[in-house]
Design a protein around this ligand. Structure first.
Ligand SMILES: Cc1cc2nc3c(=O)[nH]c(=O)nc-3n(C[C@H](O)[C@H](O)[C@H](O)COP(=O)(O)OP(=O)(O)OC[C@H]3O[C@@H](n4cnc5c(N)ncnc54)[C@H](O)[C@@H]3O)c2cc1C
Length: 408
């Protein structure tokens, strides 16, 4: 087990500086354009692929860093550049992690390379769980997967929503109900290979922020996938369902929404994204406050402005520490006895919303325009308290964990 450390080692610093260079030189200058266009920034993803940032190898290296700091450090730097473009670069990772977590060696080897493509022909992937009537309440999911034994195929029907890269992805990972009696324990994940008939993009959403990231509905109409596309395989699924049925019988009630508790280990990564956006807005505000003069002196000479900056920086550093602690715990197999993963995501995302609003205030009228990036950063920051579990759900998970109550 790696000791918890608050200092990056030399290798990590080198990677951080490299990522920061990419964020400053490639991502940030493109941010306003892709925000206005509200389109996937393919040229930037291609650039990231060329230098090795858009690749499974890169994420695997960061993911398996025993200090746990590889992923949060990478997320913070990329999202410092721009949240919408960074999500377009790391969004595929959400689907890849779904396969890494549940897939067999063969599935990992077959599908993950197809999710990323290569530098000459980049692809993206989508992870489709949310539905119109199943957001926070994952157990209400309706998309069904039915096994056709004669053909060894699964047949998927339903509508997914809010899918990052939904419909434009080469590979979709779809979560579906295989046993409705078991609530979220009756779900399984499936690969939908490229160009599978029956999968189509529904509405593409016009969003408040992270507008360079594509978000859309995914419609599944009699989508047939081979049995080999069930992540983990049929035998493992049958065993898992049998255990869940036994437990449900013993408990005497339907197993409810345990999925709420399962994202604990991935939430710090979202917290790190929020830290990146918050830090970017804070830096803009600090620089502006030092140079903007009113009443014959820089506005930072006013305690009212300086104290805001002090609070902004303090919250950002506190958020990063919570994120790093939770990431270290996740990588080193420490149990989240106080829902520390949710804590980090809750605090960091609320910090990003608050700090970006303060940054607008410090920039005054300029902060309210698209001539300065803090307006975009504030719109972008609003996503962090919503996706991967809303702030209310984080509080619910933390409170129930502290109370020793089941998460449902
Ligand atoms: C830009 C974007 C990208 C996304 N990307 C993906 C993706 O790639 N894949 C995917 O599967 N999903 C994705 N999502 C979906 C996201 O995870 C959901 O939006 C989120 O889980 C909330 O669900 P909901 O929108 O249905 O809100 P609801 O669950 O309807 O919640 C509405 C409000 O009610 C509150 N609320 C709900 N239940 C409770 C409760 N028990 N106690 C207190 N308050 C409660 C919520 O906190 C929220 O404030 C994305 C969403 C967005 C906006």
């Amino acid at each position: 087990m790696a000791e918890f450390t608050m200092e990056l080692n030399d290798d990590q610093k080198e990677v951080r500086d490299w990522l920061h260079g990419f964020a400053a030189e490639v991502i940030r200058p493109a941010a306003a354009e892709w925000d206005e266009r509200e389109e996937t920034p393919w040229p930037v993803i291609q650039e990231a692929a060329k230098v090795g940032i858009y690749s499974l190898d890169f994420y695997a290296q960061q993911y398996f860093d025993p200090t746990g700091l590889g992923i949060p450090m990478a997320m913070e730097e990329l999202f410092w550049g721009d949240a919408g473009i960074a999500l377009s670069i790391v969004g595929t990772g959400l689907a890849a992690v779904g396969v890494l977590a549940n897939g067999t060696e063969e599935q990992i080897g077959t599908w993950i390379p197809q999710m990323y493509g290569d530098a000459g022909d980049v692809k993206v992937a989508a992870f489709c769980s949310s539905e119109p009537d199943a957001g926070s309440d994952v157990a209400s999911m309706r998309t069904r997967a039915v096994y056709d034994e004669a053909k060894d195929e699964w047949v998927l029907n339903g509508t997914k929503t809010w899918a990052t890269n939904g419909g434009i992805a080469n590979v979709h990972v779809v979560v579906a109900v295989v046993d409705p009696e078991l609530g979220s324990k009756g779900h399984a994940s499936f690969i939908v290979p490229p160009n599978t008939p029956g999968l189509s993009q529904g509405q593409k959403f016009k969003k408040h922020g992270i507008r360079a990231s594509h978000t859309a509905e995914v419609v599944l109409e009699n989508v047939r996938v081979p049995g080999s596309c069930l992540l983990g395989g049929k035998e493992k699924l049958d065993q898992r369902l049998a255990r869940a049925r036994e437990r449900a019988k013993a408990g005497g009630e339907r197993v409810k929404n345990a999925a709420m508790a399962t994202f604990e280990a991935s939430r710090p990564a979202v917290g790190a994204m929020a830290v990146g956006t918050a830090r970017a807005a804070y830096e803009e505000a600090l620089e502006y406050a030092k140079t903007r003069e009113q009443f014959g002196r820089p506005i930072i000479d006013n305690q009212g402005v300086a104290f805001q900056l002090a609070d902004m920086r303090t919250s950002i550093d506190a958020a990063r520490l919570l994120v790093w602690r939770a990431s270290w715990m996740a990588v080193n197999g420490k149990p989240f006895t106080a829902a520390e993963g949710s804590m980090s995501k809750l605090f960091a995302s609320e910090t990003a919303k608050k700090v970006t609003a303060q940054a607008i205030q410090i920039l005054g009228g300029n902060g309210y325009t698209r001539e300065y990036p803090v307006e975009r950063m504030h719109r972008d920051a609003a996503i962090y308290t919503i996706f991967e579990g809303t702030s209310e759900i984080q509080r619910l998970v933390i409170a129930r964990t502290l109370a020793g109550m089941p998460i449902r």
